[in-house]
Design a protein around this ligand. Sequence first.
Ligand SMILES: O=C(O)CCC(=O)C(=O)O
Ligand SMILES: [Fe+2]
Length: 382
Amino acid sequence: MENSRIHGGEEVESIKRHSGLNCIDLSSRDEGLITLDASEGDLNHSVHVSLSCASVHACSCSFQQLILFSWYFAKQACLDSGFFYIINHGISQEFMDEVFAQSKMFFSLPLTEKMKLLRNEKHRGYTPPLDEHLDHENQVNGDYKEGYYIGIEVPEDDPEAQRPFYGPNRWPAPEILPGWRQTMERYHQEALGVAKAVARVIALALDLEADFFDRPEMLGRPIAILRLLRYEGQVSDPSKGIFGAGAHSDFGLITLLATDEVPGLQICKDRDAKPRIWEDVAPLKGAFIVNIGDMLERWSNCYFRSTLHRVLGNGQERYSIAYFVEPNHDCLVECLSTCKSEKNPPKFPPVRCLTYLTQRYKDTHTDLSSHKNSSNVNSIHT
Ligand SMILES: O=C(O)CCC(=O)C(=O)O
Ligand SMILES: [Fe+2]
């Protein structure tokens, strides 16, 4: 079903219900086998992919003839929309439920408590509503969501702690939220394992060695940022520039997104289309929604596209957990040898990860000094 929104006599966007995303099943990652389950359901495809091997091993399953196409499916997921689900990723449902429960407990604290943990210049801690403003062209205010950033924990006395995006995290006091820190640290670690597994599939899909992204300057010592999110139960109105999260693409290599059962996420496969067509991405219990970030678009010379997405509030409170995966500060993000040719020269100049990421955070986040009197936060909570 499709419907359109008319703004000033001009059709500005069109909503197409239900984007059928590809689904990759990671359950065989320790077996060294690649199998393909071509079952069809709500999801377009379900693919079993080995992540622990660089090449296709013999496959004893009855779908042998389909093995040849397995990378095609992995690749297809990236080419189709830059978004796909992964299931059987190894993080248990019980643990995911616990992370969501702890996230809810944090956000239900009084605003004054949360503001004590306001994000710092290293992007650690609480981000109040409107702190992020993702789409300056179409949003009147910022995003109607609050968040909490947790990065790689680097102790103060470690020289690496001096680097941007590294250092100690901000943690709620254990008397207020017992076990919170332990839960988030464990999730951070487990999510990084899943991200590395997905990065191996992506490397293979780009005709690279499977461990290409495992190198120290990449995901060996990554900038990986966990972000808890809560959308207040507000109804978005694109015609008035009100969004839960404005249209954007993520900055890094990939993002792993876990959501509750409340819908709201939409993708737009062609950012230049007029009108833009937005497709709903349905929540899928137990799955991560994976999307490709802008650095991977640059690495792959636009072969894999980072897809525009946004969140529309429908009046229900909504929780999600994003895990943003970026390489090390010093990583030079430059066109991969497998993605360029004489006829297809690099479309972007090389850029250092830190330079790029710093700029993107600056472009999308409020100046920290504006929170000094925090009147913009209070005004939307009264
Ligand atoms: O909450 C969601 O579903 C999406 C969040 C998102 O896109 C982001 O934080 O970059
Ligand atoms: Fe995003």
